[in-house]
Design a protein around this ligand. Structure first.
Ligand code: FES
Length: 74
């Protein structure tokens, strides 16, 4: 599990192991667009503004943080 912060609003959501970052953000009311939901199309790509992920951006449908908290934005 990790915490994600949606940079535009400062909203914090917990991302438990059984939820994707995409689903956790959506449950918090953030309308992240998606298409394949399998890590292929790139529609759900978000910038990583702080914290650790494997790259400077994440695919919200499949990527997870490598630190306890990441800050993401459009
Ligand atoms: Fe296609 Fe995430 S929705 S990569």
């Amino acid at each position: 599990p990790f915490t994600a912060v949606w940079a535009p609003t400062g909203l914090r959501v917990e991302v438990p192991a059984h939820l994707s970052l995409l689903d956790a953000l959506r449950r918090g009311g953030v309308p992240v667009e998606s298409s394949c939901e399998a890590g292929v199309c790139g529609t759900c790509r978000l910038a990583v503004l702080d914290g650790e992920a494997e790259h400077d951006s994440v695919l919200a449908c499949v990527s997870r943080a490598a630190s306890p908290q990441i800050v993401v934005g459009p």
